[in-house]
Design a protein around this ligand. Structure first.
Ligand code: HEM
Length: 141
């Protein structure tokens, strides 16, 4: 990611923060629409889950400018996800739901540059999480 892309991700995420609960609802609705089988992996009451997701995204987004500071937490998060039943192939699906949510939440502020910056950010994070949790061989499957 370029420094400009980091700024774009941080500035656009800041715009979503005031509607963070709503964004999380949109995100999980979209995720369960495009990947219905994933729904059974989550608790029935998603209230806490929504808060945890948005809080974690905030930490990661803030940490982009100092990536090393967030890598240990991202690695631990990835390893916990193995126990949740997450597979490498789920990561692009989650990424798709995230981008879709940002596009809806940001409206006109969702520009091609912002989209490219988020694709780079999610690619970096999910690639790292997959290799930490499954190793590079499984990650390619
Ligand atoms: C970068 C991507 C992701 C982020 C930032 C993220 C974030 C989180 C966070 C913060 C939690 C709360 C529990 C914890 O901290 O351990 C969580 C739980 C969970 N995540 Fe993810 N997640 C990601 C990708 C995925 C993927 C790809 C799946 C696969 C379907 C997934 C499925 C789950 C499930 C099922 C739980 C709930 C576990 C439970 O409470 O029983 N997540 N996620």
């Amino acid at each position: 990611m370029t420094p400009e892309q980091i700024k774009l991700v941080q500035a656009s995420f800041a715009k979503v923060t005031p509607i963070s609960e709503q964004a999380a609802v949109i995100f999980y609705d979209r995720l369960f629409e495009i990947a219905p089988a994933v729904k059974a992996m989550f608790p029935a009451d998603m209230t806490e889950q929504r808060k945890k997701l948005m809080a974690t995204l905030a930490v990661v987004v803030n940490g982009l400018s100092n990536l090393e500071s967030v890598l240990p937490a991202a690695s631990a998060l990835a390893r916990r996800h193995v126990a949740y039943g997450a597979k490498p192939a789920h990561y692009p699906v989650v990424g798709g739901a995230l981008l879709w949510t940002l596009e809806k939440g940001l409206g006109d502020a969702w520009t091609p540059d912002v989209a490219a910056a988020w694709i780079a950010a999610y690619g970096t994070l999910s690639g790292y999480m997959i290799s930490e949790a499954y190793g590079s061989i499984q990650a390619a499957e």
